[in-house]
Design a protein around this ligand. Structure first.
Ligand SMILES: Cc1cc2nc3c(=O)[nH]c(=O)nc-3n(C[C@H](O)[C@H](O)[C@H](O)COP(=O)(O)OP(=O)(O)OC[C@H]3O[C@@H](n4cnc5c(N)ncnc54)[C@H](O)[C@@H]3O)c2cc1C
Length: 403
């Protein structure tokens, strides 16, 4: 059994910025673990520009951004243990699968910075053939930017989040022809301008309001995708399909290890001080919700250092949390617990699952205390202020959406 002061699981922007900040504060006994054989997290395979402006005042590609973070961490002699996959948490013991077998660590404070991943094809229940040419944007970008190869020549992109347009640009970079970008909802799930821009300048049809009926082909070779609108089917020929977006936290280990699991967020309950329901465990970055930008996760990591410092210095400070419950019309919300030790101006920030015109209502012990009119898209961040109503330990806070 290895004993350490601070364990950070996940060497992406959130985990590394936290490690660097803790090192700046004078902490030395920090170990960052990652399952990959290189540190840096998701930006390692996002070969486009779009990183670093707020953190380093320079526009960087994902791999350059990841390298910069890793080199700062290495200059500070932060111990980064690679090919360590967290497979279980037994009480406070972290269980890793490594090339040398199972390794166990106990830390005074553990931070879960496991990131998020796109929803692949199987949970989307789309019929048709199985094929290695049905992949996510993340996988596409790994082929292109890490292995310098294109997995197919003509593809269809399913989804219309910002990451779907990132898939589109990566495909273009690799010489893959995008036959269409298809969205099941009536509108695209990102900035509306991206639709006319893609259609006019890149000549890529962006088709909204279509059901994906099946992926067709033979012998594991994709040959086409059938989509349907208003009862009329259309078949698009292609040899690859990219499922993009619908990010979900990397939380399978957490689901089995935490008694209290938040099924709306598909993650652990977390307070505004990033503390989970286990006082020695914190969570930060995209593992808290779907994907936000790298700089958001980087600054969350930096902010968390102060709370870790506080919790190490004031071991006797008892966490005082009140859970916030949301119905499942909510895509995600963070924080999911009010932290009575750290008053905050914001109760929570949330996103809706579908474009919604209606109102958000907050109730405490079934009495409505706040309501807000909304006209929100799926990517609109809706901030709910904390307000002045009193909340104490055994209260029940609920958030509901009314159309
Ligand atoms: C295609 C794409 C394009 C993007 N483009 C941009 C952009 O242009 N600009 C921008 O700001 N952001 C962009 N982002 C978002 C950005 O990459 C993320 O916001 C950021 O990487 C999240 O940081 P994180 O540290 O929370 O998680 P991650 O970067 O995902 O890091 C999590 C780490 O945890 C590790 N891990 C997970 N599970 C385990 C386990 N069980 N055991 C051990 N290790 C584990 C993973 O290997 C990974 O290294 C993009 C994302 C994608 C997918």
């Amino acid at each position: 059994m290895n004993k350490i002061q601070i364990a950070i699981v996940g060497a992406g922007p959130a985990g590394l910025s936290l490690a660097i900040e803790l090192s700046n504060m004078g902490y030395e006994d920090i170990v960052v673990f990652d399952r990959e054989d290189e540190a840096g997290g998701t930006p390692r395979h996002c070969g486009h520009l779009g990183f670093g402006i707020f953190e380093f005042y320079r526009l960087l590609s994902g791999p350059d951004y990841a390298k910069k973070l890793v080199s700062i961490a290495k200059d500070k002699n932060i111990d980064i243990k690679l090919t360590h996959t967290l497979v279980d948490i037994e009480k406070n013991t972290l269980v890793f699968s490594t090339n040398d077998g199972i390794q166990k660590y106990v830390a005074k404070k553990t931070v879960l910075a496991l990131g998020a991943r796109e929803t692949p094809r199987p949970p989307r229940f789309i019929s048709g053939i199985r094929s290695p040419n049905i992949i996510t944007t993340g996988a596409l970008q790994r082929f292109i930017y890490m292995h310098d190869t294109a997995p197919f020549k003509n593809a269809v992109i399913i989804g219309s989040e910002v990451v779907s347009f990132s898939a589109l640009m990566s495909a273009k970079h690799a010489g893959i022809k995008i036959k269409a970008l298809i969205e099941e909802e009536k509108n695209i799930n990102s900035f509306s301008i991206l639709k006319p821009l893609s259609e006019l300048f890149l000549r890529i049809p962006v088709k909204v309001g279509y059901e994906i009926k099946s992926i067709n082909g033979e012998n594991k070779q994709v040959q086409s995708v059938t989509i349907s609108k208003d009862g009329i089917d259309e078949t698009i020929e292609c040899d690859g399909v990219i499922f993009s977006g619908k990010f979900t936290p990397e939380s399978s280990v957490l689901k089995k290890s935490f008694k209290d699991f938040n099924y709306v967020n598909n993650s652990v309950f977390v307070s505004s001080a990033f503390q989970t329901t286990n006082k020695n465990f914190f969570a930060v970055g995209n593992v808290l919700r779907g994907a936000l930008t790298a700089f958001k996760c980087y600054f969350e990591g930096k902010k968390l250092a102060k709370y870790i410092d506080d919790s190490l210095k004031h071991e006797k400070l008892r966490p005082l949390h009140v859970k916030i419950a949301c119905d499942d019309t909510i895509q995600w919300y963070y924080p999911s617990m009010v932290d009575l030790n750290y008053p905050s101006k914001t109760l929570t920030t949330l996103r809706v699952k579908k474009k919604t015109i209606g109102k958000i209502i907050v109730s405490v012990n079934n009495i409505d205390v706040y309501e807000k009119q909304i006209n929100a898209k799926t990517y609109t961040n809706i901030k709910i202020p904390r307000g002045n109503y009193p909340v104490s330990k055994n209260d029940t806070i609920k958030i509901r959406l009314e159309n």
